[in-house]
Design a protein around this ligand. Structure first.
Ligand code: HEC
Ligand code: HEC
Length: 284
């Protein structure tokens, strides 16, 4: 059996529906607030040669109404959380009595930060996610308690930092000191997990376009995170999505914020290098 046929039959067994149907992603353009043009499909980065020719945002796989919600900030339910984070940004907290704004200025000054994370941070000697950087500022610079990795304050703040970078291309570094972490993430992406023995690639590289449990399977990109999901009516972090997808293969999963998921995040982000930052995106 070819790799693709094998994955199809495994997914067919999963959905218990014989041969799953294929549907093309839509041919549509996303312009936010009639202003910012979003790159939702582009030539795949070089490191994907042989695997994918084109990379596509999950937005192209969603229905008409879900896509429309994301195009206008007034209709995007995720933007309420961006506003909440704006208050957090300006609020003093911790023993030092400082706010994020005291050191970083206006939140718009953080434009350009989201697209390059996760990244290798020289001073820390490790690859860090945005959440890790935020908590480092809280603990070491503010004398404040760290936020829970996927707690509401943290996720709101990541939505704010994504929102000020919307339209900029994802551009994570995969070489130099980040390379070994990236390779670890890549290995995870192609590892078959769980009783179903399915890897991320089996679904999101070999089989995107399939209708699976009435859901249109995308390339599993993370340029839109955190995403507001209509299903659970809240913002969802990329690591929570990873956790859900691993669990669907009936495997034991890693914890959000674990080194494994940070490595996987770096690798998945790099598969979307060139797509625009969209967060907070809207998904079903
Ligand atoms: C006492 C000053 C101070 C406070 C308060 C502070 N930071 Fe920082 N932050 C820094 C410094 C210094 C750096 C490292 C140098 C840099 O990259 O700007 C940094 C780095 C960062 C980075 C990485 C930026 C990059 O370009 O890689 C993020 C993200 C960040 N801070 C978010 C926050 C958030 C969110 C808050 C509030 C919860 C906060 N910081 C509070 C001083 C501060
Ligand atoms: C059994 C098939 C399957 C496997 C295996 C799987 N996923 Fe998913 N994944 C889905 C489905 C179905 C969705 C929801 C539809 C969509 O957005 O593609 C989804 C959604 C996602 C999304 C959200 C994309 C967006 O734009 O909102 C990400 C990110 C993701 N998966 C990453 C992963 C990663 C990383 C792995 C491996 C650890 C993985 N998935 C394994 C089926 C799978």
């Amino acid at each position: 059996m070819t790799k693709k046929a094998w994955a199809l039959s495994a997914i067919g067994a999963l959905v218990l529906a014989g041969t799953p149907a294929l549907a093309d992603p839509v041919d549509a353009t996303l312009i936010l607030n009639e202003d910012i043009e979003i790159t939702t499909r582009t030539t795949a980065p070089d490191h994907l040669s042989g695997a994918l020719d084109e990379v596509m945002s999950g937005w192209l796989f969603r229905g008409v109404e879900t896509r429309a919600m994301q195009a206008d900030d007034f209709d995007n339910p995720g933007m309420i959380f961006v506003e909440k984070a704006e208050d957090l940004w300006n609020a003093a907290d911790g023993a030092e009595g400082k706010s994020c704004a005291d050191c970083h200025g206006d939140s718009s000054e953080m434009s350009g930060v989201r697209p390059v994370y996760p990244k290798y941070v020289e001073a820390a000697g490790e690859v860090r996610s945005l959440e890790m950087q935020i908590n480092d500022c809280r603990e070491t610079r503010m004398g404040a308690e760290p936020w829970k990795y996927t707690g509401s304050d943290m996720i709101d703040m990541t939505a704010l930092l994504a929102s000020v970078s919307r339209g900029l291309p994802v551009n994570v570094a995969i070489d130099g000191p980040a390379q070994s972490t990236w390779e670890k993430g890549k290995e995870m992406y192609y590892t078959r997990y769980g009783q179903l023995e399915l890897s991320c690639a089996n679904c999101h590289e070999d089989s995107y376009g399939l209708m699976i449990r009435a859901d249109h399977l995308s390339q599993g990109q993370i340029n839109g995170f955190p995403v507001y999901r209509l299903k659970n009516t809240k913002l969802n972090a990329a690591h929570s999505r990873f956790k859900g997808c691993v669990r669907d293969t009936r495997a034991e999963t890693f914890a959000p914020g674990s080194p494994e998921f940070v490595a996987l995040e770096l690798y998945v982000a790099s598969r979307g290098n060139g797509l625009s930052v969209e967060g907070p995106a809207v998904r079903n």
